[in-house]
Write a protein that binds this ligand. Structure first.
Ligand code: ATP
Length: 284
């Protein structure tokens, strides 16, 4: 999969300067059938970054994505998507491409038909179909086959291609790697990396901490419906074993994540897996 970097500057300009907050949630709450599902999700995604959301099964990642996009009503908290609240006005969703793990394209439509429909809905030329199919590297013999007759990997690529037709400023991918063989996962990883190179903002959830570590600029660990810690990754996380009054830190279990760009000399480096288990209070 390859994404041209030629339009990176244009894309960055379209979504604002790098570093501008494009998606933010504070104190997000959601109950379903009397059960509290989300109880304090906090996250902030900046323009141009790749942002990972990790957490155990049932932590609330998919529910968070639905609430962030205004697809589920919330019971409390704030949501800001490119400065607008999608729960009040969903027009801002025109700037977003979304692929949920279990929501598929129309099973009886061919990939090209589904993409043509998306082009029609968004008012973009159907030339985008070939561009996006090439971008995700979907095998050419799959383009005119019915969605239901494709392998899971082909279906995932077709779904991502469809989510890209309107050149969204933000791509939200719920578990993009799940159920894919290692080779297809690697190609999905290349795609996400290529999107970042092209200046797009990508948010994705995953259980594969290695993928998240390799791809993401920042990550949020969610457990029991709340954000336990949100931190820059840049290949490693700087932590201290004790807090210090002069240093900004965020507790994640037994460690204190240093949020300062200039960590103190006694800060040590841990990987995402160690942070994850510490944040969840799991002995390893
Ligand atoms: N419509 C619903 N009705 C009842 N419970 C729900 C509903 N949707 C989600 N839940 C519950 O909310 C919790 C969070 O689910 P969610 O799918 O958001 O978690 P997740 O972190 O995405 O999990 P996974 O990693 O397994 O995909 C789970 O306990 C789930 O059973």
């Amino acid at each position: 999969m390859h994404v041209s970097t030629a339009t990176a500057t244009e894309n960055r300009n379209a979504q604002g300067e790098d570093g501008e907050t494009v998606l933010e949630a504070t104190a997000l709450e959601k109950s379903i059938a009397g059960t509290r599902i989300l109880d304090g999700v906090e996250l902030s995604v900046r323009g141009g970054e790749t942002y990972g959301v990790v957490g155990p099964n049932g932590a609330g990642k998919t529910t968070t994505f639905r609430c962030l996009l205004g697809l589920l009503p919330t019971d409390g908290g704030t949501v800001s998507l490119f400065g607008d609240d999608p729960r009040a006005d969903d027009a801002v969703l025109n700037r977003v491409g979304v692929v949920f793990e279990y929501e598929t394209l129309q099973p009886r439509w061919s990939v090209r038909d589904a993409m043509a429909h998306a082009c029609h809905v968004y008012g973009v030329p159907t030339e985008r179909i070939e561009t996006c199919l090439a971008e995700v590297g979907l095998e050419s013999d799959a383009h005119d086959r019915k969605f239901r007759d494709l392998s899971k990997g082909m279906q995932r690529k077709a779904s991502v291609a469809t989510a890209l037709v309107h050149e969204p400023d933000l791509l939200v991918l719920d578990e993009p790697m799940s159920g894919l063989d290692p080779g297809t996962q690697a190609r999905m990883r290349e795609l996400i990396d290529g999107l970042r190179e092209a200046g797009r903002t990508v948010v994705f959830s995953s259980h594969d901490l290695q993928h998240v570590q390799a791809l993401c600029d920042r990550v949020a660990v969610i457990a029991d419906g709340r954000t336990v810690v949100e931190t820059p990754l840049s290949n490693s996380v700087r932590v201290m074993d004790e807090p210090r009054p002069d240093i900004a830190t965020e507790q994640a279990g037994e460690v204190y994540v240093v949020s300062d760009d200039d960590p103190p000399a006694d800060a040590r480096t841990i990987d995402l897996e160690e942070l994850y288990f510490s944040a969840l209070g799991v002995e390893t």
